[in-house]
Ligand binder design. Sequence first.
Ligand SMILES: Nc1ncnc2c1ncn2[C@@H]1O[C@H](COP(=O)(O)OP(=O)(O)OP(=O)(O)O)[C@@H](O)[C@H]1O
Ligand SMILES: Nc1nc2c(ncn2[C@@H]2O[C@H](COP(=O)(O)O)[C@@H](O)[C@H]2O)c(=O)[nH]1
Length: 185
Amino acid sequence: MDKKIIVITGASGTGKTTISKYLKNTYRIPSVITHTTRLPRDGEKNGIDYYFETEDSFFKNHYLEKVEYSGHWYGSSEESLNKTWENYDAASIVVDTQGAISYKERYGENAIVIFLEVDYDTVAQRLKLRGDDHKRLISRINSDEFLRDLRIPKELEGKSYKIVNNDIEITKKKVDQIIKSEKVN
Ligand SMILES: Nc1ncnc2c1ncn2[C@@H]1O[C@H](COP(=O)(O)OP(=O)(O)OP(=O)(O)O)[C@@H](O)[C@H]1O
Ligand SMILES: Nc1nc2c(ncn2[C@@H]2O[C@H](COP(=O)(O)O)[C@@H](O)[C@H]2O)c(=O)[nH]1
């Protein structure tokens, strides 16, 4: 079987991490951990949620793709994905839309892209409820990257699954259908 990477994308707060955890718990599809220079949120752990880096250490790694998002750097490495593929036929990764475009270009049919869409007011409310720091939240929901990622980019149109994530149970059922039709499990 070909190895698959399920690329979960969309604006911050649209439910990407929630879906990657669903894939792990329901289908045993692990998530590839990425690197960031932002500080951990309450409860986040190094090596589990992210590899938390300093501005210096971040740039010492080799990345398949890296982006600046709302004032911080994020990057993912091919090595991490290949390591996961040694033990699993499928993995997931949570990235912004620029990262998703890079994965689609690099892996073609082996990259299954899921774009999550939520309207601006709803997603802002969810980030507030998640407990995001108020100042950072305001700066994030006004960032060019956040506003850009609320809509599917033209590069992914017709090459990705779009799910409007209003009701998490309906979203999970749609993810189930994708897993089945793509024969991931
Ligand atoms: N359909 C939904 N209805 C209500 N709340 C939801 C729904 N989906 C996810 N959430 C909640 O919204 C918040 C943001 O979700 P999550 O952290 O998964 O988003 P994300 O896209 O990974 O965000 P980020 O990119 O900032 O890490 C979480 O508190 C999550 O529990
Ligand atoms: N292109 C990439 N995007 C990434 C990576 N790791 C995370 N992300 C995305 O960044 C934003 C902000 O994340 P947050 O955890 O600070 O809310 C979000 O869209 C993530 O999906 C990566 O390695 N490459």
